[in-house]
Write a protein that binds this ligand. Sequence first.
Ligand code: HEM
Ligand code: HEM
Length: 340
Amino acid sequence: AFAQAAKPVVASAATPTTAAQNVVIDRALLNAFKALPARFEDPKNPITPEKVELGRMLYFDTRLSKNQDVSCNSCHDLNKFGVDGKPFSTGHKKQLGGRNSPTVYNSGGHLLQFWDGRAANLEEQAKGPILNPVEMAMPSAERVVETVKSIPGYVTAFQKAFPGEADPVTYDNLAKAIGAFERQLVTPSRFDKFLAGDDKALSEAEKTGLKKFLDQGCQTCHNGAAIGGSLQKLGLVVPFQSKDQGRFDLTKKEADRMIFRVPTLRNVAKTAPYFHDGSVKDLQTAVKLMAQHQFGKQISDDDAKSIVTFLDSLTGELPKSYIAKPKLPASGPKTPKPDP
Ligand code: HEM
Ligand code: HEM
């Protein structure tokens, strides 16, 4: 039981007349968090502008899907904070997947990828959806490579992104390029300025919410640069009903039952619906459910609202010009036509 009993030191934002004008946050507690880096580096996949530009094109290219009508951006819309806003996404032939699509923004800060943590990093993750029969449904990695090789502009772009390689157009390199692009998808917010020491970067109401968040102990799981990212049990105190048993479904180990990857809380105000099953439409309800299932506590609507006010301050700036859909290289004579 790592939850601290909630002991509001200041009045809630709902009673401004008595609210302290200077909410003081114990800065030692902020060590749980980290400011966002400029990008999430991984020495195994050094970021170069050429790789990022290639990854950006691939991210938007529907020709990586069987019917040439789905791209990464279909389910992780970069203009919509990296999500599609639906409980479950529609992929190949409008089939529904079984989990909510998480945001790609700041996902480089997660220790593992996917709700059950089945991919170690973004490069490994990127190989999944293209071959997933309900997402992009390509029949094999070889077919993806063939398609990419049939597009002359891509062959050149792979050569530039992976200089010195005899055969640069590979499925591994495609995933590396997409991974490098995603590693740049960070959205700094006022909270980062606050972490850096600027007490004025958050309003009094936001600080009140942050204090409640810390008093509850939410940062035991929602921490680090992504404010999330590790594997934890959903329903730690009060079981959460779900057909999806998280990591257990993957490993069949009893200890993994209901273990899910903690999602980032950055931009969470913009990424409804919530939870792995997309079952909750509004953030205030999600916050109340967290207190209930993780701590066995009923928190008041006012406290939940106040925490939501803090969570709003985690909404960051999207790198607008950089995430606009790039011009994609033209198909060649051998580029496959959509599969009916
Ligand atoms: C998960 C990127 C295509 C739906 C993820 C994650 C990333 C990602 C980084 C993990 C995020 C996290 O765990 O926090 C990509 C890329 C794609 C792509 C680079 C293109 C190559 C798609 C498409 C769909 C989709 C087309 C919808 C049809 C989902 C869903 C999950 C997910 C439902 C969660 C699945 C689970 O955890 O089991 N994606 N995605 N993605 N994506 Fe995508
Ligand atoms: C999910 C907030 C405490 C683990 C979430 C979500 C929110 C949230 C808003 C939904 C995010 C989304 O779907 O994108 C909070 C707040 C907390 C708190 C305000 C304190 C009151 C905790 C604690 C743990 C935890 C202490 C770990 C013991 C998780 C996990 C999920 C999650 C595993 C994903 C659930 C799923 O699979 O659907 N949290 N959280 N949270 N949180 Fe928390």
